[in-house]
Design a protein around this ligand. Structure first.
Ligand code: NAD
Ligand code: ZN
Length: 250
């Protein structure tokens, strides 16, 4: 009952005291963000699960850094869509953080800054569980920088000489425990978890909506397809995030 789902979802959004939103690759689909699978040309012969690993970075840093440079250049033409914007406005209005993403494309951050205008964007800035390709970090110390084009020699940390690498979680790497902890606390406190554009089958994506539920809250799902969470969602809205989110949240 599509109409019943919408009525229920709207009521839950209206009545929620604390909201957490978890987003995945689906929210960036309408921005044209290429997935791993869309990798073109030269990169077609590489498997991301083998390329984006700590072992590959240790063995052949140049190739891994070049792959991320390619991903960054592919992102340069992408802009936040109406889904990112509606979420940014929603959290700015509420003045309370609650946005958690698995995406590394930085589009939530851009939407937050664009929607905030003069205001500080704090409440709309996402917790980026898997990092951001637009940032580098030092492999050995805590230093972070905006990503820069790759030069002739491997980029090094000016403080400690460690390798400068993308500030993303590679396959097989641990998530930042503090970040994960903050996300879990947001999920547990929330009476509503809005799950957008994620298949939500892998940890921790799957764990966060369930944490909300175990603490007595409810799930509203936005996705073009059914997922493993549809069954346990209090309402499931079928459609593209860029259309559904403004209609639900504005
Ligand atoms: P996923 O590919 O497993 O799932 C995407 C989900 O989005 C699917 O359920 C699909 O039905 C749905 N979807 C597709 N288009 C949609 C739309 N327009 N509106 C609403 N829903 C839509 O992605 P995931 O769950 O994020 O997990 C994949 C992993 O890959 C993550 O860990 C993520 O970090 C990484 N990844 C990130 C990006 C990015 O930064 N944009 C892109 C690809 C992969
Ligand atoms: Zn360093």
């Amino acid at each position: 009952m599509e109409q019943g789902q919408w009525r229920q979802a709207r009521r839950l959004v209206r009545e929620a005291r604390h909201v957490v939103a978890l987003t995945g690759a689906g929210i960036s689909a309408e921005s044209g963000v290429p997935t791993f699978r869309d990798a073109g040309g030269l990169w077609k012969s590489y498997r991301p699960e083998e390329l984006a690993t700590p072992e590959a970075l240790a063995r052949d840093p140049r190739t891994v850094l070049e792959w991320y440079a390619w991903r960054r250049s592919a992102l340069a033409d992408c802009r936040p869509n109406e889904g990112h914007r509606a979420l940014a406005r929603f959290f700015l209005r509420r003045g309370e953080a609650g946005l958690v993403t698995q995406n590394v494309d930085g589009l939530h951050t851009r939407a937050a800054l664009e929607e905030a205008g003069e205001d500080p964007a704090e409440a709309a800035l996402p917790l980026e569980l898997h990092g951001a390709v637009g940032r580098d970090r030092c492999e050995s110390c805590a230093a972070r920088w905006p990503a820069e084009p790759l030069g002739e020699t491997l980029p090094r940390c000016s403080a400690c000489g460690g390798l400068r690498r993308p500030d993303v979680v590679l396959f097989g790497e641990m998530l930042d425990p503090d970040l994960l902890d903050r996300a879990r606390r947001l999920a547990e406190r929330a009476d509503l978890c809005l799950v957008v554009g994620t298949s939500a089958v892998v940890y921790p994506a799957a764990a966060l909506p369930l944490a909300t539920r175990e603490a007595g809250g409810l799930i509203v799902e936005v996705n073009v397809r059914r997922t493993a969470l549809t069954e346990v969602a209090a309402a499931a809205l079928r459609g593209e995030a860029g259309t559904v989110l403004p209609a639900l949240l504005d």
